[in-house]
Ligand binder design. Structure first.
Ligand SMILES: C[S@@+](CC[C@H](N)C(=O)[O-])C[C@H]1O[C@@H](n2cnc3c(N)ncnc32)[C@H](O)[C@@H]1O
Length: 259
């Protein structure tokens, strides 16, 4: 049985470039025997699935991309653009077919209720290969403000925010585009609220570094967050891109439990 429900199909060219770039850096993609990537809920057109394939095939020529969509007409339309290495099929959170190395579910759960997130994370991550990662997140219409949670079979591991830095006024703009598990938790007393506030504070404090370019300013923010004790992942080459990844435990909702 197909699990889930049809939601708006909004998508756009190059919208998911930031998360694609991060996915391309995952070591498992290079090492697994069966590099299968699922794009769950690709929306009204096949565009972002095809873009993900083009980005991954450069680093893993035998990668296979399967777009899975719950809306039959979107599957029919996308199938017209199938090509070697890329196919489309009807399905939902149960994710038909072989176990995947990566499952990308972008701008899908945001249209569900917060109470539905954990069960669907579990459903999707059960369909991963042992070294696999589910990447579940949200972005704005043109993909300049993004965030996602990386989830393995053992549960959520990290939160990443990825922002286009030129013209960025405040990193807390990401509060509007947090994954569903966190978007309603940006309130006093929740860790993700402290996280967003700390980003803003350090961005403000380091405004003088803007003269050397916004990347230098963001690198200073990442260093300062680390110095404050936030479990920030490296390396610096990721920060330069406007990315910042922290351990999930540092931002998890109060009372969150995987099992
Ligand atoms: C807003 S679009 C996102 C498109 C694309 N991923 C993007 O970020 O640009 C969400 C899509 O997810 C689909 N969807 C919702 N629930 C789903 C589920 N359980 N399984 C598969 N697709 C689903 C909807 O039908 C819709 O086409």
């Amino acid at each position: 049985m197909v699990e889930g429900r049809v939601t708006r199909g909004t998508t756009g060219t190059n919208r998911l470039r930031r998360v694609d770039r991060w996915i391309a850096s995952l070591p498992a993609l290079r090492t697994v025997a069966d590099p299968l990537v699922v794009d769950l809920g690709y929306g009204a057109s096949a565009t972002t699935t095809l873009e993900l394939y083009d980005r991954l095939v450069r680093i893993r020529p035998d990668v296979e991309l399967v777009g899975v969509e719950i809306e039959p007409e979107r599957v029919r339309l996308a199938s017209e653009r199938a090509k070697p290495g890329v196919s489309f099929r009807l399905g939902g959170f149960e994710i038909p077919g072989r176990e995947a190395t990566i499952i990308r579910a972008f701008n899908v759960l945001r249209q569900y209720d917060e109470s539905e997130v954990l069960d669907n994370w579990k459903r999707m991550s059960a369909r991963l290969q042992p070294a696999g990662t589910l990447v579940e997140g949200t972005c704005n219409e043109i993909g300049r403000v993004c965030s996602w949670v990386a989830i393995t079979k053992n549960g959520p591991q990290s939160l990443t925010v990825s922002l286009r830095l030129p013209e960025l006024e405040r990193p807390s703009i990401v509060a509007e585009r947090l994954p569903k598990a966190l978007i309603h938790r940006n309130v006093e007393g929740e860790r993700v609220h402290d996280f967003v506030e700390a980003l803003d504070r350090h961005w403000q404090y380091n405004s003088g570094l803007g003269a050397f370019g916004p990347s230098q300013r963001w690198i200073a923010v990442a260093r300062a967050m680390k110095a404050d004790g936030w479990p920030v992942h490296g390396p610096q080459s990721r920060w330069k891109l406007g990315e910042l990844t922290v351990d999930w435990q540092a931002v998890a909702p109060i009372g969150f439990r995987w099992s």
